[in-house]
Write a protein that binds this ligand. Structure first.
Ligand code: CP3
Length: 340
């Protein structure tokens, strides 16, 4: 592989410089992506057409010079594979036709299998071939709790009170659904690895709305199951967004790396997550500022994390209206940085 620094850093090995990539790097910030979107009926058509998903995956490698490609897809492939169809509404996000509220609803959905996500398998195979070993290919899935939140709410939410209501009023049912999602996700990620994903990330985007007690009952144990299965195969990065309150429990995950959001202090993360590779955590909104500010904040972050066991990234996905030039400047700043 021509550039494998992400894989080496994720395994905890020393690298000549800090690797860098961005969550949501393949999206509306890029001109090629916006053109591809015009060619398709909707977001799902793009996700389900391997040639287009491949094109969207590779564009940031060419244009931004990131050290990894992340397969163009969505965490909502999993609920759909289990039998819940959704629509992606322009600038409003996903809407599910049916939601899960009762045990009968849980019984009515299936544990997904390869035929339900074959388009992702094909997109990964094609992308590995087209990347031609230039940079590693990242596979991903949502955490079971984050998928549970979409399945019960049917859409995004500020409070996720419908999802949380089930945790408190019917914990057994919640566990039954989480277990079914977990079984599906393990199969899904194993298929991604077999199709060419060289490292995987688990996005727990909604972990931070739980209390430490409920996080450690309803989110973390299911992420742990996925880590146990997948870390036998490839390096695993867990992204417990907003859930650093449970850092001590997160430290016990059987994964290589933890991705941090911008609310986390690097020194504290090093102390509470001993041995883990850390990834993150620049506030994506820094990229709205002028170059001098981006450079200063990026250098500060690099100094604070140090050059070992570290992958530079944002604290969450890049926002679609951030100027591409600033995004590129961030990537270049990391790549040119010489640690003292
Ligand atoms: O470059 C990459 O990171 C790969 C592609 C990727 C997408 N979604 C493409 C996408 C990844 C890794 C995701 C993960 C994802 N999807 C998460 C976890 C990460 C996070 O941001 O917390 C979540 C919660 C989702 C669910 C989702 N998908 C929402 C809520 C939305 C609507 C909000 C929005 O940004 O428009 C999406 C749509 C989506 N997924 C887009 C992209 C590029 C935008 C669709 C478009 O307008 O073209």
């Amino acid at each position: 592989m021509k550039n494998d620094i992400l894989l080496r850093a994720a395994r905890g090995e020393e690298t000549e410089r800090v690797p860098v990539w961005m969550m949501r790097q393949a999206g509306r910030i890029l001109p090629g992506y916006r053109k591809i979107r015009e060619r398709v009926k909707d977001f799902q058509e793009l996700v389900k057409t391997p040639e287009l998903a491949c094109e969207a995956t590779i564009e940031p490698v060419n244009l931004l010079g990131v050290d990894a490609a992340i397969i163009f897809s969505d965490i909502l492939v999993v609920p759909e594979a289990m039998g819940l169809d959704y629509q992606m509404l322009e600038s409003r996000g996903p809407i599910f036709e049916k939601t899960i509220q009762t045990q009968k609803d849980i019984d009515s959905i299936r544990i997904g299998s390869t035929e339900n996500w074959n388009y992702v398998v094909e997109a990964l195979k094609l992308t590995r071939k087209e990347l031609n070993e230039r940079v590693p290919l990242i596979g991903f899935a949502g955490s079971p709790w984050t998928i549970f939140a979409y399945m019960t709410e049917g859409k995004g939410s500020k409070t996720f009170s419908v999802a949380k209501r089930m945790l408190y009023s019917n914990p057994e049912m919640a566990h039954a659904l989480l277990d079914k999602i977990t079984q599906t996700t393990v199969k899904y990620l194993k298929d991604q690895v077999n199709a060419g994903a060289q490292i995987v990330q688990i996005f727990d985007s909604w972990g931070g709305i739980l209390s430490p007690e409920s996080y450690e009952e309803f989110s973390l144990p299911y992420i742990a199951k996925i880590c146990d299965e997948l870390s036998k195969l490839v390096p695993v990065i867990a992204f417990p967004k907003g859930a650093f309150f449970s850092a001590k429990a997160i430290a016990k995950l059987n994964c290589n790396a933890i991705s941090l959001d911008w609310t986390v202090d690097p020194a504290e993360a090093r102390q509470l997550l001993p041995g883990k590779v850390l990834q993150g955590n620049l506030d994506p909104c820094v990229l709205y500022a002028e170059h001098a500010v981006i450079k200063a904040k990026t250098h500060k972050m690099l100094e604070q994390f140090g050059s070992k066991k570290y992958i530079a990234n944002l604290g969450h996905g890049v926002y679609p209206d951030i100027p591409m030039d600033n995004v590129k400047f961030f990537i270049d700043t990391v790549k040119q940085y010489q640690s003292k």
